[in-house]
Design a protein around this ligand. Structure first.
Ligand SMILES: Cc1ncc(COP(=O)(O)O)c(C=O)c1O
Length: 399
């Protein structure tokens, strides 16, 4: 049931609104903060951490900010579509050079997905399919934008792998002009990504069934590489789909609270002006214009060869560290030999890995072992270190 329907009986009185459950991820952070146990361990939040467990800061970002301090930019409103130079540089980063793409800056990846949903509504698309499982915010976000949300099979929890046959079957049975969300890389929450061959097959099915692709790219550079993580997007672009790509730069630049995102729109060039006129109308009625600071940070980095190469190296270090952290936990599991499967830790990528455990088991780990993992069994790899790996493995073994 939607939030509005839940409260229909109280209409006209905000004081009568019922208390809604806390957001599953943000709510967990509050619980973690108030936990006084010294051995507590937080694997629930999806941010990249440094070796001290603090949110990772990129030196390239610090240097870009110094540069901006010495060369201040105007504090005037940005255009509704954002900073033009930012849009040009991030478009190339995500889509390569491609005349069929036009890009607008958004308020984070969430804003990009919201504007995308509204644009789909303007185009007469009312149904959207999301992978099962997917990022916890997809369904509420698309629902609140006015789309009808259903899911398609993506991940086989018991066997810890993508169920590609079931996925293709589901696509082959969708109504034409349905929108379908594909995560480009580092799938949240499973870390299980589609291969090049699978993306090629999907592109053909989308074409045959007349489905509308909406890519969500939230972890560019944290899976296989900056360009490698856009593989599926590039395949669909090459096949000339009309499509949308929502991106966030929160994780890839470590600037979560700058709210940096972009929506890339692929359509014949002659349609760009009309499409962007709809985007402007959506943005104006929603948040009016996006924030400037993060756009200047990213633009400074992407337009300076030195800062770009520093950022690229820092991103590669972070990616390699995630692979080492997977290894640490894998080895710890090997030495305690738990009764459940963990081999997929080494086959998945990015910030997350999903374990086939129940909500009761998640609550047990939190209450009895001070181990915080997301309610769906997702753990954040970035929080693993040589001190906590064996404790995590032992706690999970006790299930
Ligand atoms: C898959 C996915 N899409 C979109 C987002 C939203 O990004 P932002 O925080 O920039 O709104 C996230 C954030 O965690 C995500 O994991």
């Amino acid at each position: 049931m939607g939030i509005v329907a839940m409260n229909r009986e109280t209409s006209g009185k905000i004081a009568n609104l019922s208390l809604l459950p806390a957001d599953p991820i943000y709510g967990m952070q509050l619980l973690f903060k108030s936990d006084v146990r010294p051995n507590k361990c937080n694997l629930s939040i999806g941010v990249c951490q440094d070796t001290q467990g603090k949110t990772l800061r990129f030196h390239a970002v610090d240097m870009a900010e110094k540069n901006l301090h010495n060369n201040p930019y105007s504090k005037d409103y940005l255009p509704l579509t954002g900073l033009a130079s930012f849009c040009t540089s991030v478009q190339e980063l995500v889509c390569g050079k491609n005349d069929s793409v036009t890009t607008v800056q958004t308020v984070g990846g969430t804003g990009a997905l919201y504007v995308a949903s509204k644009l789909l509504c303007h185009a007469g698309i009312s149904q959207i399919f999301v992978p099962d499982p997917t990022w916890v915010n997809h369904t509420p976000l698309f629902t609140s934008a006015g789309l009808t949300v259903s899911s398609f099979p993506y991940y086989d929890r018991a066997n810890a792998c993508i169920d590609f046959d079931a996925l293709c079957d589901a696509l082959n049975n969708m109504d034409p002009h349905s929108a379908v969300v594909l995560q480009a890389s580092c799938h949240n929450p499973t870390g299980a990504d589609l291969t090049k061959e699978q993306f090629k097959i999907l592109s053909q099915i989308f074409r045959k069934r007349n489905l509308f692709p909406l890519f969500d790219l939230a972890y560019q550079g944290l899976g296989s590489g900056i360009e490698e993580d856009t593989l599926g997007i590039r395949i669909f672009l090459e096949d000339e789909h009309e499509m949308l790509v929502a991106t966030t730069f929160a994780k890839s630049f470590g600037i979560y609270n700058e709210r940096m995102g972009a929506l890339h729109i692929a359509a014949p060039k002659k349609a760009h002006d009309s499409i962007v006129s709809h985007v402007r109308a959506i943005v104006r009625s929603c948040y009016s214009s996006p924030p400037a600071h993060g756009a200047h940070i990213i633009n400074t980095i992407l337009s300076s060869p030195e800062l770009y190469s520093l950022w690229e190296n820092e991103l590669a270090e972070t990616r390699n560290r995630l692979a080492e952290q997977r290894n640490l936990l894998y080895s710890a599991f090997q030495s305690v030999k738990p009764g459940f499967s963990y081999a997929h830790l080494m086959q998945t990528k990015g910030l997350f890995c999903l374990f086939d455990i129940t909500l009761e088991q998640v609550i047990f780990l939190r209450n009895e072992k001070a181990l915080y993992i997301a309610n769906d069994g997702r753990i954040c790899i970035s929080a693993i270190n040589s001190q906590n790996a064996s404790i995590i493995a032992e706690s999970m073994q006790s299930l």
